[in-house]
Design a protein around this ligand. Structure first.
Ligand code: GRF
Length: 205
């Protein structure tokens, strides 16, 4: 069984999808920690309800990003974490944590990377930009995390049709439904060592 840490910053609907996947046995792993960049977010209620230890590491409590991630790394090492899942985590990891967990950190992004990703593209802004551009399709991506922002190798992608009467909120909702399926599937694959990485490309066994 792999030990999983899920990083969050908000409502945690993706966290819930992973909690449910572990509970049903679909994911052969155990969530040993939920790590939030903010106090008071609903993700922490979800962790509590599932009896998962949770921790808040807020940037405002640290003099710098490096000291914050030094503390997070210490915690992850003490818990013997194998896999990190970024599920709506709004901070950018530093190089040290990325190097400490090579090909062991994944993220879900609510667009078809490399469109509408990178710095500034988060939350509802992504869907606003998709509609403003006039795209006919968007989607969700699960990818490995490297030192860049949304630049790591892609694991899974699924398209979502943009409708003429879409609002950013409606589009976000339909993309989220896809995320809730793709992310647990990627976590399941990673827990079973079924993802092969060849340069920028990945292959599922
Ligand atoms: C998701 O759309 C995710 O792709 C993005 O932030 C949102 C988080 O939603 N990075 P939730 O907190 O999992 O409900």
């Amino acid at each position: 069984m792999k030990n999983i840490a899920v990083f969050v910053s908000g409502g945690g609907s993706n966290l819930q999808a992973i909690i449910d996947g572990c509970a049903s046995g679909y994911i052969k792993g155990k969530i040993s920690a939920v790590i939030s960049s903010k106090e008071g977010v609903y993700s922490l209620e979800r962790a509590k309800a599932a009896d998962i230890p949770y921790y808040v590491f807020a940037a405002k409590d640290y003099p710098g990003r490096d000291s914050l991630y030094d503390d997070i790394i210490k915690l992850l090492e003490s818990l013997e974490i194998d896999i990190i899942v970024l599920a709506g985590y709004l901070s950018i990891l530093n190089e040290k944590i990325v190097r400490r967990f090579p090909n062991r950190i994944i993220n879900v992004h609510p667009s078809l990377i490399p469109s509408f990703c990178g710095k500034g593209y988060c939350g509802i802004k992504v869907h606003e930009a998709v509609l403003e551009y006039g795209c006919k399709v968007t989607g969700a991506t699960v990818h490995f995390v490297d030192e860049g922002t949304d630049t790591g190798a892609i694991i899974l992608q699924e398209a979502v049709e943009v409708r003429e009467d879409d609002t950013p909120q409606r589009l976000q909702q339909r993309v989220l439904e896809v995320e809730h399926r793709l992310l647990p599937y990627a976590v399941k694959l990673l827990c079973e060592d079924k993802i092969v990485i060849e340069g920028r490309k990945t292959r599922i066994l």
